[in-house]
Design a protein around this ligand. Structure first.
Ligand SMILES: *Cc1c(COP(=O)(O)O)cnc(C)c1O
Length: 469
């Protein structure tokens, strides 16, 4: 049989950004060549096995236990008598499974509050919680942020009522890398006898190293008594292959509420701890291998290197005084906004993109997002040159680039950020159409990167707004 030609993948990949040269400021968490080899070996070792029946392949459980113990140890939960945890397919699954556990526990107690349970989310919380709320039939209440971009505790207090299921805080949150006041949330959770999930998807395998390096951080883990569960992603700063995250609980009884069990299926007894049925062991094996290989020492060294470079990168970005870091980010994740109306961050992102750099765009406020990883270390100088040149161009020719704000992705992001209240539903439906187009049968091959049909979208939105007034 003829094997697939290698250049076939090269052809498929030709439009991808070159992350190995540090060109994506998110999405890829890569440690180094030597871990790369080890992860691939681990993955291949468990290419076919699944976690479906732990009696058949007990290796999954052995590796899972090891990773969970490690997570509990670094989050100061291993001394708790009933603490436990499990591995999921990613941060979103960890979050949704935790929500299910809280919901099912509450429903056992208060049957008549069915479908009325509420969760209180800071505005900066990862959308996975909203996705989970939609699936599980929970009502979301959004808590405002303070000027420092952490959640406003007074606002959280006001939102608590008898239907409140849990509070949520992030350490840190994704958009600005800012850590919420978990101590105060913990106190509120205890006072009101409700759960507190701390989303450490981003920081769980990073913040503990900063503490070990002597950087003072506010408490965010099981040392706070009100913290009842924590999610932390191996496929982020745990440097595993994609497809694995850790979910840990203070109390295994709560965790047991996320299990699905049925006894009357023709196929026999079926008990499943989390969302998937058949689930590959391979990603879990890479989580295990990464921790074994790096050990705390390896993680700590890496954190030190990345923090030093983060400060350098922040200096490069802010040195001309036109751009500013948002809030007080605690780790190697941060967002940047502009103080100069002639320097539109979305136009900046478009121009950087033309030079091969991908940066994520954000809103409230308009900003661009950076996550620093080892693959960037050797390319910061190249970024500095392109970045400075781009900013200079933008400031020299504001007329030209004000026009640029009306086109390209900048137009879309600028517009989305300005969508008046009440038009969100319209915007969502327009985006749904774009997604449908991406999935149409006759539209499988893309020669160009997928782009939003901006002009059409803009025209329609303008028309709707005009109709409204
Ligand atoms: C990445 C992330 C998530 C979601 O994780 P996925 O692995 O993308 O599903 C949740 N919360 C935070 C803070 C994250 O950074």
């Amino acid at each position: 049989m003829k094997l697939m030609k290698e250049d076939n993948f090269n052809e498929i990949k030709k439009d991808d950004y070159n992350w190995r040269r540090g060109r994506t400021w998110s999405l890829i968490y890569y440690k180094d060549e030597s871990l790369d080899q080890i992860l691939k070996q681990a993955y291949l070792e468990f290419f076919y096995e699944s976690t479906l029946n732990p009696m058949v392949f007990s290796s999954a459980q052995k590796m899972e236990k090891f990773v969970v113990n490690f997570a509990l140890e670094i989050l100061n939960g291993n001394q708790l008598p009933n603490s436990s945890g499990l591995l999921t397919s990613g941060g979103t699954e960890s979050i949704i499974m935790a929500l299910k556990a809280y919901r099912n526990k509450a429903r056992k107690k208060n049957k008549w509050w069915r479908n009325q349970n509420e969760i209180i989310l800071p505005e900066s919380t990862h959308v996975a919680f909203e996705k989970g709320a939609e699936i599980l039939g929970l009502k979301v209440r959004k808590a405002k942020l303070k000027d420092d971009y952490s959640v406003d505790i007074e606002n959280v207090k006001k939102l608590i009522n008898r239907r409140t299921l849990i509070l949520v805080g992030s350490a840190p949150q994704y958009p600005h890398g800012v850590i919420d006041d978990i101590s105060s949330l913990s106190k509120l959770a205890l006072e009101n006898n409700i759960g507190l999930h701390v989303d450490c998807c981003l920081g769980g395998y990073f913040l503990p190293w900063l503490e070990k390096l002597g950087i003072k951080l506010p408490l965010f883990d099981f040392r706070l008594e009100g913290v009842s569960s924590i999610s932390l992603d191996n496929h982020k700063f745990g440097y595993s292959a994609k497809g694995v995250s850790t979910l840990v609980y203070r109390d295994i009884d709560l965790m047991a509420e996320q299990f699905f069990i049925t006894t009357d299926w023709c196929g026999g007894l079926y008990a499943s701890p989390s969302f998937p049925g058949t689930k590959g062991i391979a990603p879990m094996a890479t989580a295990y291998a990464a921790i074994k290989h790096l050990g705390q020492k390896g993680f700590i060294q890496n954190a030190q290197t990345l923090m030093n470079k983060t400060r350098e990168l922040q200096k490069i970005i802010t040195q001309n005084g036109e751009l500013e870091i948002i809030g007080k980010p605690v780790m190697n994740v941060f967002a940047v906004k502009s103080n100069n109306p002639n320097l539109n961050v979305f136009v900046l992102a478009d121009q950087l993109q033309k030079k091969g750099w991908h940066v994520d765009r954000q809103q409230k406020p308009n900003s661009i997002h950076f996550i620093l990883n080892p693959q960037h270390l050797a390319h910061i100088d190249e970024f500095e040159i392109d970045f400075n040149q781009t900013v200079e161009e933008l400031l020299m020719r504001p007329d030209k680039f004000n026009h640029a704000a009306e086109e390209g992705n900048a137009a879309i992001y600028g517009l989305v950020a300005k969508i008046p209240k009440g038009f969100n539903r319209f915007a969502k439906e327009e985006i749904r159409k774009v997604m449908k187009d991406m999935y149409r049968k006759n539209n499988h091959e893309y020669s160009d990167r997928i782009q939003m049909p901006k002009d059409d979208f803009k025209m329609k939105l303008t028309k709707k707004v005009l109709e409204y007034f």
